[in-house]
Design a protein around this ligand. Structure first.
Ligand code: NAD
Length: 286
């Protein structure tokens, strides 16, 4: 159940994802899956029948918890693999470990990401590089390994219409400028055009590449924006739908984008944002 800023409306109860086995037999890798959106996406893919690799970088206990929850609740296989997505050698070793354990990959969710915020004239080169390295280069490295395997494997008709699916976790800040977060917005703008260019290039092998661009989702990355009533009220000025997004909202979108229900969707950014990209400043007519 989800809390709601508009008191006259009933609380939002999202339908259960259990019993939606649209990904049965598929093998998925979710990066940065020990917390927040990645964790919930990994669980949602598990509910949909996929075996899941939970990538993590620093928190093995939380990754193990996610693995156990997927195996217990979803009845599929799950395993945790440590890798820094911005490190080429570690990414390649992660894919080799996944191939050894699961045989192949059908779905990559490029989710790992971080922020290093500063006013522009105080932004250090280290802060700039770290965010670009993880948020953009990390997505490139993982997508490249996935495409190599998708091309090798080709379409396996009783698994999926497509040889493989990549979902890049972008942000509404691939289109909305963000003062004080220039490195982050630049990384997500880069993700959007990388995603579209790769989608264009690899479509002929029946590989689909799309992005999810979340708005404000209740996770550790943006706790300042929702953890006090004052901050939440301020945030709602930016959200026409008047509730914060939950990681589960993104999990549902990811299941759909990974499934054959979206087979003709290629190269899109799916904004899952409660209308944040609708110029909320004009809500009352401007
Ligand atoms: P989060 O901090 O809970 O998750 C980010 C995950 O990425 C963490 O598990 C972290 O350990 C992992 N990570 C960081 N660096 C890594 C590295 N080098 N290698 C591997 N993993 C690494 O925050 P979240 O909100 O769940 O963020 C997930 C994704 O969603 C990010 O790409 C973020 O930019 C994007 N996003 C979040 C929101 C939001 O409102 N929460 C909005 C738009 C986009």
């Amino acid at each position: 159940m989800i809390s709601d800023a508009t008191e006259s409306l009933p609380p939002v109860v999202l339908p259960s994802l259990e019993r939606t086995p649209v990904l049965t037999g598929q093998k998925a890798l979710v990066t940065g899956a020990s917390s927040g959106i990645g964790r919930q996406v990994a669980i949602a893919l598990g509910h949909a029948g996929a075996d899941v690799v939970v990538n993590y970088v620093t928190d093995p206990d939380k990754a193990d918890e996610t693995v156990q929850e997927i195996e217990r609740r979803c009845g599929v296989r799950a395993m945790a693999i440590q890798a820094d997505v911005s490190n080429e050698g570690q990414v390649q070793a992660m894919f080799r470990a996944m191939m050894d354990a699961f045989g192949t990959i059908d779905i990559l969710v490029n989710n790992a990401g971080l922020q290093k915020d500063a006013p522009f004239d105080e932004l250090t080169l280290d802060q700039w590089n770290k965010v670009i390295d993880v948020n953009l280069t990390g997505q490139f490295l993982c997508a490249r390994e996935a495409v190599r395997e998708f091309k090798r494997k080709g379409v396996v008709a009783d698994v999926s219409c497509a040889a493989g699916k990549i979902i890049c976790m972008s942000s509404v800040h691939d289109i909305i400028p963000w003062a004080g977060h220039v490195n982050y917005a630049a990384s997500k703008g880069g993700v959007m055009l990388m995603m579209k260019s790769v989608a264009q290039e690899v479509a002929k092998w029946r590989i689909r590449v799309n992005a999810i661009s979340p708005g404000a989702i209740r996770t550790p990355i943006n706790m300042d924006a929702w953890s006090t009533p004052e901050a939440y009220a301020e945030l709602m000025k930016l959200v026409p739908y008047k509730r914060i997004g939950e990681p589960d909202d993104i999990g549902r979108a990811a299941v759909w984008l990974a499934s054959d229900y979206s087979d003709y969707i290629n190269g899109i950014c799916l904004y899952v944002d409660g209308g944040m990209t609708l110029y909320p400043g004009f809500e009352t007519g401007g």
